[in-house]
Design a protein. Structure first.
Length: 277
């Protein structure tokens, strides 16, 4: 592997203009962005222009768009229709790949399979890689259930956000290592956020009380990278989020840490700790 490219999440920076956001992340040395398109026509037009400018300035500027929908009461067919509409909105931006929050945890295996096949068909037709994020509430909500889909679909690829499985299993997955080792080769992009048994995000991963959690996640991330050393490049998004992921003090709603500083510090930490060869 020649390099790891670090992306910055738009999540938490919605108050910035598109120009301000891209200026922020390039100033801090990130190689691209990851974002879910808002329902804002003005923003979308500005984003097209700013991404073109960024791609002209930086030859390897990476754009990852997300497929994340609000929770609604809907049939499987209605859900598929909504997912495909959102995916089509990404096409003008020519993303390097799409991170899809796919399916629902309460849909049956066959229903989620129908959704996966629709998303994969979109990927094939439009020649855009789509990776499915490990996330609570999706078909990937638990390691064992996810493994069943990977066995059915040998080409299915994932975004690795293991913090969600810690919450789902209410553990640091000590008893699931054999499952993780089967899944790591299918993870093509990492969300670098440290969670624990009760939440997908610790208040500050560099605080001494979270040392063991940080070490465990670092081991997992290195193992994922080791599975892909034959790739020329890999991408990681440090993804510490705002409230409600970021804990707040009661009454005055002050965040316990600075989201932007955590994501920059996590990038710098991974540059020191992750080995590529």
């Amino acid at each position: 592997m020649n390099t790891i490219n670090y992306l910055y999440p738009h999540w938490g920076s919605e108050h910035l203009t598109t120009a301000g956001f891209i200026k922020l992340i390039t100033y801090h040395g990130f190689q691209g962005i990851e974002m879910n398109l808002p329902n804002d026509n003005v923003f979308e037009i500005e984003l097209l222009d700013e991404l073109q400018n960024a791609r002209n300035l930086y030859s390897n500027f990476i754009v990852v768009l997300q497929q994340v929908l609000p929770v609604e009461a809907e049939t499987v067919d209605e859900y598929i229709s909504n997912v495909l509409k959102h995916l089509k909105r990404t096409l003008p931006y020519q993303p390097d790949f799409i991170n899809s929050h796919t399916g629902k945890d309460h849909y049956s295996f066959d229903e989620n399979c129908k959704i996966i096949e629709a998303v994969e068909s979109f990927s094939d037709i439009n020649n855009i890689p789509i990776y499915h994020e490990i996330h609570r509430g999706r078909f990937t909500f638990h390691s064992t259930t996810t493994l069943a889909y990977l066995e059915k679909y040998p080409d299915l690829k994932l975004v690795g956000d293991l913090s969600h499985w810690c919450v789902t299993s209410e553990s640091m997955l000590q008893d699931q290592e054999y499952i993780l080792q089967k899944i790591f080769p299918r993870i093509k992009h990492i969300h670098a956020r440290v969670g624990f048994e009760q939440s997908p995000q610790v208040n500050n991963p560099f605080a001494p009380e979270w040392e063991d959690n940080l070490k465990q996640f670092t081991v997992w991330w290195q193992q994922i990278i080791n599975e892909h050393q034959n790739m020329e490049e890999f991408t990681i998004t440090p993804e510490f989020g705002p409230y409600p992921y970021m804990p707040q003090t009661p009454f005055n709603q002050m965040p316990l840490a600075n989201q932007q500083e955590l994501n920059i510090e996590m990038r710098d930490y991974l540059k020191r700790k992750i080995t590529i060869y």
